[in-house]
Ligand binder design. Structure first.
Ligand SMILES: Nc1ncnc2c1ncn2[C@@H]1O[C@H](COP(=O)(O)OP(=O)(O)O)[C@@H](O)[C@H]1O
Ligand SMILES: [Mg+2]
Length: 381
């Protein structure tokens, strides 16, 4: 789906804002703090219903207001699409073409986005949770029905953890002279959760591993393009178990899990290891290399979606130019994949960039900026 016009009401710092996007490349320029990232966040929310900054709904609503509204018109396969989101404390409502959505997945199919922002460095630098989420978000964008698998797994781990804590309390009670045998039933229930965990866990692990294998050639290609080099980027999916199947590992970890009151085996404990030319990206690469790798991963995800889906996702690049050295910034803009793209910048654009539309963010509104006509040979006389 391609976005036409988006209206914000009481969203973050905006009382109201209207923005019309070009079908190609829109650049939004404005000083720090004017609300560029907020705007990008609102566009991404239209696709995913969650803040890419991991902000709770409360902070999305303008201070002192009860609810925020994001309304957008767009087009898909020649048909008009209207998406309406209402964000209120503890409650988010979404409608597509005035039909309320029953599940998040119904929205996930309408608009798809790829977002990259300065915080995305965490994809390379921080703990495994961010990399797991990166893979899971791509799985979801490719197949919205996968939200069933993801939420099942989430529920299984939570319920199993609750039971583990119950068992560990019972064990402590026994040691201090309590009634023995009270936890037998709980032990049997744990068997049930172990079986569910193994089934859902293996399924998701294999999906993530397959996705990563498909993604890596694109990550390497994007990294090489951005850095004008021929390095090798390698990713290794690191499972939380080493047995062939998951069930024996879950069984072997059971006593420890009971003691700790948490589940140590499963996709929620896996990681993705990344290296550039053999150097560990987390501990051995420079900040510049980490930033380029994070961007290459996002762009690779974007390209994979563009290849597999009927149209490329909306690409949102928030304030990335300031973080890249001039050569990499130019390489990024030169290698932008086709499709609708929004780039924000506080610095302006590299000299030879030609966006289809430039908007200046000033005084709480967006103002079109006339662009210099390209100089042709005839003009010189
Ligand atoms: N819920 C909110 N209500 C009102 N203002 C907000 C809210 N959340 C953030 N802001 C304001 O938004 C501004 C930052 O916007 P941001 O999009 O990060 O700016 P930038 O243009 O630098 O990306 C801050 O000044 C902050 O006070
Ligand atoms: Mg910003």
């Amino acid at each position: 789906m391609r976005l036409h016009t988006v209206w914000l009401t009481d969203f973050r710092n905006y009382e109201t804002l209207e923005i019309s996007l070009d079908r190609g490349f829109t650049a939004i320029l404005g000083a720090n703090g004017v609300g560029k990232t907020n705007l990008v966040e609102s566009l991404a929310l239209l696709a995913t219903l969650k803040s890419f900054r991991r902000a709770p709904t409360d902070s999305l609503v303008r201070k002192g207001c009860d609810k925020a509204v994001i309304r957008a018109t767009g087009e898909r396969g020649g048909r008009e699409v209207l998406i309406e989101l209402e964000l209120a404390k503890g409650k988010t409502r979404a409608q597509v073409n005035r039909q309320p959505l029953k599940r998040t997945r119904d929205l996930l199919g309408a608009l798809r986005v790829t977002v990259f922002g300065p915080d995305d460095l965490s994809l390379v630098k921080e703990g495994p949770a961010v990399r797991r989420e990166f893979l899971d978000d791509l799985i979801l964008a490719l197949d919205p029905t996968a939200d069933g698998v993801l939420s099942d797994l989430d529920r299984i781990v939570k319920q199993r953890n609750a039971l583990l804590r119950q068992l560990s309390q019972a064990a402590r009670g026994r040691r201090s002279g309590g009634e023995p045998g009270a936890d037998e039933a709980a032990g049997l229930t744990l068997d049930v959760w172990d079986t569910k965990l193994a089934a859902a866990g293996e399924h998701l692990t294999i999906r993530r591993e397959n996705l990563l294998a498909d993604l890596m050639p694109l990550v390497t290609a994007s990294y090489r393009e951005l850095s004008d080099s021929d390095v090798d980027v390698v990713a290794t999916y690191v499972r939380s178990w080493t047995t062939d199947t998951m069930a024996p590992a879950i069984a072997a970890a059971r006593d420890d899990d009971v003691r700790r009151g948490s589940t140590s085996i499963g996709p929620h404990r896996d990681d993705v290891g990344l290296s550039i030319d053999g150097f560990d990206s987390r501990t051995e690469c420079s900040q510049g290399e980490q930033r380029t790798l994070a961007l290459a991963m996002r762009l690779a995800g974007h390209r994979l979606l563009a290849e597999r889906l009927d149209e490329p996702p909306l690409l949102l690049l928030d304030d990335v130019l300031s973080e890249l050295d001039p050569d990499r910034a130019r390489a990024l803009l030169a290698s932008l994949p086709p499709g609708q793209t929004v780039i924000t910048s506080a610095q302006g654009l590299p000299p030879d960039t030609v966006p289809d539309q430039v908007l200046e963010h000033r005084g709480g509104a967006l103002h079109p900026v006339a662009q210099a006509e390209p100089v042709t040979e005839g003009d010189a006389s």
